[in-house]
Design a protein around this ligand. Structure first.
Ligand code: GLU
Length: 460
């Protein structure tokens, strides 16, 4: 029987009403958690056409359950600094959803970390992990510890104390943390050592992003940045565009940015700017990545050092000016909400063609709307930056098999995964009437798999 236009409108209204109600509950139950509200709002709004087309997803409390973490752990992390003074930080782990596999997601060490940030990241991670097609649930954690300016010994004492509490909550089949902002190979190494000591067992798959000497995967370091560029390349290709001869601005200078710059450059782009939390550099001849890698990965200094070696480049204090630099492709790879409506307007007026989110939620909801309305190609984080966690899952697979793969094998799998995420997101967008809208497409494709698994597993 054909559905009348009026009946279709009514189902949309019912679905919208349902979603609004769930969103009101989220706001009431999680007061003041603006980042968590923002992340849930984006997904909930995308799901209205799903509930309208398949009302079965409104039953069984799928949405009500998916927005409520299965478990939220908060703990004290005491440690002693180099002056002998006792310091107290706060540790977090959210075990958000285990429908598809063990909780999986990074740990962030940054002074801005709080319950809202951890919950928004954990919520995003559920759908990102689902999109990878790998058997991993969603989780996230971290601490308000600030690694900036801390000695190696301080970082080790802090991470050991952090792991002493976290250890009881994680395990290779339970919850598998990894890195995020402020947590790289050094921190993962110290945490793995402490976990092994506590458990008296070599559970290689309990953490990912490990060093290559002890169970790490080749290409894990590169995975998030490379994956973002692979995804954006697919998106560009569909519009007859490519990275070749394009001008690119990449924010940040951490792990994601460095390897996004590397891959974009390999594909023939000129990357003219990158940044850290103090300011940004503009090098009209193209960023010399070796210098950035040394400053950030070895010397652990500020990006302003770059201009001392490359006087043709300019350094500007403060971050948001980076989006006023004319470019064809912008890859925000620093942190959440780094592109607001005004930054989006600046990029649009400079004729940007594509945005690829390497960081988690780097664009505000208003900025995303502005890009979509201007018809700019937009690759949302949970699809575009899923390469990191996808290779983490490949690291878990290698750990279980006790067999390492070559760089080429892992990189080829990563490339295929990113292409598949792009195809699945585009197809979902089309099926639900949002042709070309990857924000809606990725949210729907990610959600459906989790929802189906939750339905199969009963009310838990
Ligand atoms: N922190 C990364 C992310 O946001 C990687 C997580 C992981 O490898 O588990 O996806």
């Amino acid at each position: 029987m054909a559905i009348t236009k009026e009946a279709a409108q009514n189902t949309m209204q019912t679905a919208q009403h349902y979603v609004n109600q769930v969103y009101e509950t989220i706001k009431k139950r999680n007061p003041g958690e603006s980042e968590f509200h923002q992340a849930t709002k984006e997904i909930l709004d995308s799901l209205v056409p799903v509930f309208a087309k398949y009302p079965k997803y409104m039953e069984g409390g799928i949405l009500e359950r998916v927005v409520e973490p299965e478990r939220f752990i908060m703990f004290r992390v005491p440690w002693v600094d180099d002056q002998g003074k006792v310091q107290v930080n706060r540790g977090f782990r959210v075990q958000f959803n285990s429908a598809l596999g063990p909780y999986k997601g990074g740990l962030r060490f940054h002074p801005s970390v709080n319950a809202s940030i951890i919950k928004f990241l954990g919520f995003e991670q559920i759908f990102k992990n689902s999109l990878t097609g790998q058997p991993i649930g969603g989780g996230k954690g971290g601490s308000d510890f600030d690694p900036k300016g801390k000695s190696d010994a301080e970082v080790m004492r802090f991470t050991q104390s952090f792991m002493t509490e976290l250890a009881r909550h994680i395990g290779p089949d339970t919850d598998v943390p990894a890195g995020d902002i402020g947590v790289g190979a050094r921190e993962i190494g110290y945490m793995f050592g402490q976990y092994k000591r506590i458990q008296n067992a070599y559970h290689a798959g309990v953490l990912t992003g490990k060093g290559l000497h002890y169970g790490g995967s080749l290409a894990r370091t590169e995975a998030t940045g490379y994956g973002t560029v692979y995804f954006v390349a697919e998106m560009l290709k569909d519009s007859g565009l490519s990275f070749e001869n394009s001008t690119v601005v990449v924010s940040g200078s951490g792990n994601v940015s460095i390897y996004a710059i590397e891959k974009a450059t390999q594909l023939g782009a000129k990357v003219v700017a990158c940044s850290d939390s103090s300011g940004y550099i503009y090098d009209p001849n193209g960023i010399k990545l070796d210098t950035v890698k040394r400053i950030k990965e070895v010397e652990r200094k500020r990006i302003s050092e770059y201009v001392k070696e490359h006087p043709e480049a300019e350094y500007t204090e403060g971050c948001s000016g980076i989006w006023t630099i004319p470019c064809d492709i912008a890859l925000p790879c620093a942190t959440q909400n780094e592109i607001n409506e005004a930054d989006a307007a600046a990029l649009i007026s400079n004729n940007v063609k594509a945005i690829g989110e390497g960081a988690n939620m780097p664009c505000t909801l208003e900025a995303i709307d502005a890009f979509l309305q201007a018809g700019i190609l937009f690759a949302p984080a949970k699809a575009a930056n899923a390469g990191g966690v996808a290779v983490s899952a490949l690291e878990m697979a290698q750990n279980s098999m006790r067999v390492p793969w070559t760089f080429e094998e892992v990189d080829a799998k990563l490339h295929t995964i990113m292409k598949t995420i792009y195809q699945n997101s585009i197809q979902a967008a089309e099926e639900f009437g949002y042709q070309g809208n990857l924000v809606v497409g990725a949210n729907i494709a990610g959600f459906l798999k989790v929802a189906d698994a939750m339905m199969d597993q009963g009310i838990v």
